[in-house]
Design a protein around this ligand. Sequence first.
Ligand code: DCS
Length: 278
Amino acid sequence: MTVYFIDGQFTGKDEVKVSIDDRGYYFGDGVYEVIKVYNGQLFTEKEHIERLFNSAAKIHLSISHTEKELVEIVKALIEKNNLVNGHVYLQVTRGVSARQHHFPMPEVPAVLTAYTVEGERPTANMENGVKVKTVADIRWLRCDIKSLNLLGSVLAKEEAKQAGCEEAMLHRDGLVTEGSSTNMFGVKDGVVRTHPVSNLILEGITRQVVLQICQKLNIPVEEKAFTVEEAYEMDEFFFTSTTAEVMPIIQIDDRVIGNGEIGTITKQLQEAFTLETP
Ligand code: DCS
């Protein structure tokens, strides 16, 4: 049975007790992270833990552990669960308090939950490419926070799934922002294009790794929003995330991208990304 970490203790899944009054349950009042594990080793954990603390600070939530303690807890979970390949899920909520919108007064401790999930690289999709569906981005205006409030993303992903697509490509005022749980990239005339970092997207860690790889490989990058129409006309397209890595997109709505096969730059980035992982 998977070992969980909750309320300062390691425990079996069946023994995990969550209060009905947890603010995560009532309001989605908390933040989370997903960190990938390859061959028993964490990948970019420093960046993920740092983003967790940044997200928490943006919602005025104080985590009752240090960054170092969190890494230790995560490493202990990997060991206790004998996790080889998969990911660690971490969430922190604003604690347990009778339901009222404003912050608990007096303050209550934040509740940290963490556990591991086994999973291999999505190699079939990485080799064949996937389809995405354009969906209006109805989320709030603080998408830079990795908040537990995911209803906008949940509805978008479901709409994409119903249409037989792997992911939703979100657009706001005609401009592509990101995916429901991924960052979106196009390639046009050899230039990699993606939405700039702002309140409208989550600054993905995989996005950062990919942009660093582009720099190393001398692939030009333009961090500037593009329209859905421009997306249809890209030579290549892909999305990135911790679990999806560099995922080629071969079709957006009913429009085939390029010649319907994985693009050469996408392939180059996939290969370089794999070399970065433990
Ligand atoms: N954009 C959104 C809205 C996300 O939720 C995520 C991560 C990303 C971009 C990509 O960020 P990373 O590269 O740092 O993963 N979503 C996580 C999730 O909910 N499951 O897996 C990753």
